[in-house]
Design a protein around this ligand. Sequence first.
Ligand SMILES: *Cc1c(COP(=O)(O)O)cnc(C)c1O
Length: 411
Amino acid sequence: MKEKKFASLPPCLLASLPLSLFAYLCNMKPSTKYIHAGAHPDPSTGAIMTPIYQTSTYVQESPGVHKGFEYARSQNPTRQALEEALAVIEDGKYGLAFSSGVAATDAVIRLLQPGNEVIAGSDMYGGTYRLFSKIYQKFGIIFHYVDMTDIKNIEAKLNANTKLIWVETPTNPLMNIADIKAIARITNKYSILLCVDNTFASPALQNPLQLGADIVMHSATKYLSGHSDVIQGALIINDKQLRDELYFIQKSCGAVPGPMDCFLVLRGIKTLGIRMERHSQNGAKIAHYLKCHADVKKVYWPGFEDHPGHEIAKKQMRDFGGMISFELKKDSMEAARTLLSSTKLFSLAESLGGVESLINHPASMTHASIPREERIKNGLNDTLIRLSVGIEDADDLIEDLDQAISLAVKA
Ligand SMILES: *Cc1c(COP(=O)(O)O)cnc(C)c1O
């Protein structure tokens, strides 16, 4: 019955119609949300999957009389379906999709003005650091980079010009944990915006808006899409005014994703729940395997009881995910290089969050844009290796690492 009612409505109402369904879904358990979020039968055909509206513009009946869609930079039905899905799965009210994760980050920084100050983590995605330090610093925005595992470091940089705190947790690649709730207490008290890059955890493991964040940012390229076949970014917001400001930036600056990419992420989201379950199971097995390995010096994974952020991670995350970093006892570039080029199932590549396992060398790949001195100071060593554990069979993955580590220690 409900479907019939939806089907009889013109597409212009598609964006506003699902309010009742939206509210209904918001009360469902996560695994139900992943399947149904943003999905409405297509009004013209009943197609169960959101069509790829591959169009740049929409025909108007007479000037200004249209179905709610004018030009595809401003509105696209496939993107709207995805944006609704993003809101549902992140427990927010509004979603906005961007052409990449850094475009989403860029939109948040465009809320600021020269003279405004930002406090960000000293250990975070290299591209975020590059955007802040190489692009926006020259526009007069001031960035402070601190170790966010201790709230006192954040408090030390607070002043009347502080407008945004940018948190990444777990961090890329050192898997440090920041206490989102504790930081939100500060940002709420002083009316500072809190944006959390939730890429590593995904909405399945962590929901920062529930913990007091104002904006959640995702590189949808990673776990949301889940299949290493798209570049995309997302913001999720609760406050209507903040959403409108970010929407204005999205349409004015134009970093919007195409409908095909939106379709792919919508499709990826359907399996997010079960993928994250397996990523986390495999991650736990591999982290323990590495920790027990005689040739491994240190493993960075928040699931270990002796990880400094373990208690906070347990409180704010549902599981610990599939991202792991580690160092060999043999601290040589030759050994690291041999390991990185000897795995058979783990492909040597940047990026993460796909169903297939990847191995990466942050110092020369994902984090090469951070000056070496800065990197080492923050604990990111030249020989650190990062794994994005996929959803293959964990024993096969362990066997692959095992043979590569034996070759590495002989190198
Ligand atoms: C990949 C990544 C980004 C950037 O996203 P793109 O989609 O590559 O633009 C931002 N933050 C984190 C944690 C990432 O891993």
